[in-house]
Design a protein around this ligand. Structure first.
Ligand code: GTP
Ligand code: MG
Length: 328
């Protein structure tokens, strides 16, 4: 495949003006066009839905011809082959990796939810470092994109984690592209631009910390709940399609209030509600337990519900000392 074959103006009906409009909306290649919904395309370039569907379809067709997109009816063997390309990133904790069957997966969205201080942001920082480790150490020798919605990204913390894990700290920071999202629309725009970053440098992880904070703040009250869910839904699907199309791991966080008297009774009421829950491929609930943190995998296509213990220290996410070598 050559990059020319993915150029927007090779598609019928896309001239310089339309191309410019698409680029303004963060759609730079046929790949980007194919993973956007027709209504988004229509909105972006000011055409009717019918025309947008045409553009989207011809983009999808091109990708199918290039073998980059599955056909509507796919032999299971092809899905199997694609899944063979799934890669995993270590979380820094053997326990947590084991819970996740080897780490955070590419081609999937993994959601970590839990109360304040449960370690969601710390885990995100750690993953931005571990993704850069060599493959024999559980990394993918690639960089990360960090979408920061709560202004909690701390390069100093990344520096410390990188150093503790034997990586060159400044080089490690070079490989993390940070985007601050000021509101939900900005957050969506940033995600729509991921493709242009991935085209320029090897990226295997996209973090959105937190995925839902802006939506929660902006859509208050019952009347706006449906709209909030619809927007979140669109956002989560865009993330999932990006993860699949680019073979990268997406990690999102979601804050929930702990139910004080229920341990693991029914904590599964993340702020994003069911939309986030259903789009995420894996959902992990995090909870403080003294100095330790408990992670529980909530629902996934093939993991039974299980839990494990990890800690936060200078290496970021790590195993508790007494269980490091013990099989849980
Ligand atoms: P919210 O964003 O408020 O929902 O919380 P969160 O789940 O993102 O929590 P976060 O990851 O920020 O965890 C905060 C906790 O991490 C603190 O209470 C500390 O226990 C721990 N922590 C943060 N920084 C450090 C550090 O530099 N060293 C160590 N050892 N622990 C840290
Ligand atoms: Mg946080």
């Amino acid at each position: 495949m050559s990059i020319e074959e993915l150029s927007l103006d090779t598609l019928d009906g896309i001239g310089p003006v339309t191309k410019q409009k698409l680029e303004n909306a963060g759609i730079y290649t046929v790949l980007d066009l194919a993973i956007r919904g027709p209504s988004e395309i229509a909105e972006a370039i000011g055409v009717d839905l019918k025309k947008a569907i045409e553009f989207n379809s011809s983009a999808r067709l091109r990708l199918m011809e290039l073998g980059l997109l599955e056909k509507e009816f796919i032999p299971a063997s092809e899905i199997y082959k694609k899944r063979q390309n799934i890669e995993r990133i270590t979380t820094g904790s053997k326990n947590l990796d084991e819970l996740l069957d080897g780490g955070i997966e590419t081609q999937a969205v993994t959601e970590f939810y839990g109360e304040f201080g449960s370690g969601k942001t710390q885990l995100c920082h750690t993953l931005c470092v571990t993704v850069q480790l060599s493959r024999d150490k559980g990394g993918l020798e690639a960089g990360a994109i960090y979408i920061d919605t709560e202004n909690t990204f701390r390069p100093e913390r990344v520096f410390q984690i990188a150093e503790a894990r034997g990586l060159e700290p400044l080089k490690t920071l070079d490989n993390i592209i940070v985007a601050k999202a000021y509101n939900s629309s900005h957050q969506e725009l940033i995600v729509s631009e991921i493709g242009s970053v991935v085209d320029k440098m090897p990226i295997k992880l996209v973090v959105v910390d937190s995925a839902v904070a802006h939506y929660r703040a902006e859509f208050l009250g019952r009347g706006t709940l449906a709209e909030r869910q619809q927007r979140l839904n669109r956002f989560m699907h865009l993330l999932l399609r990006t993860a699949e199309a680019r073979n990268l791991a997406v990690v999102v966080t979601n804050q929930v209030q702990a139910a004080p008297d229920v341990f693991f009774g029914d904590p599964s009421k993340p702020t994003g509600g069911h939309v986030v829950a259903h789009t995420s491929t894996y959902r992990i609930y995090l909870k403080k337990a003294g100095k330790n943190r408990i992670a529980r995998i909530i629902d996934s296509p093939y993991h039974p519900e299980r839990e494990t213990v990890f800690v936060l220290n200078e290496k970021g996410v790590d195993d508790p000392e007494e269980t490091t070598s013990k099989k849980r």
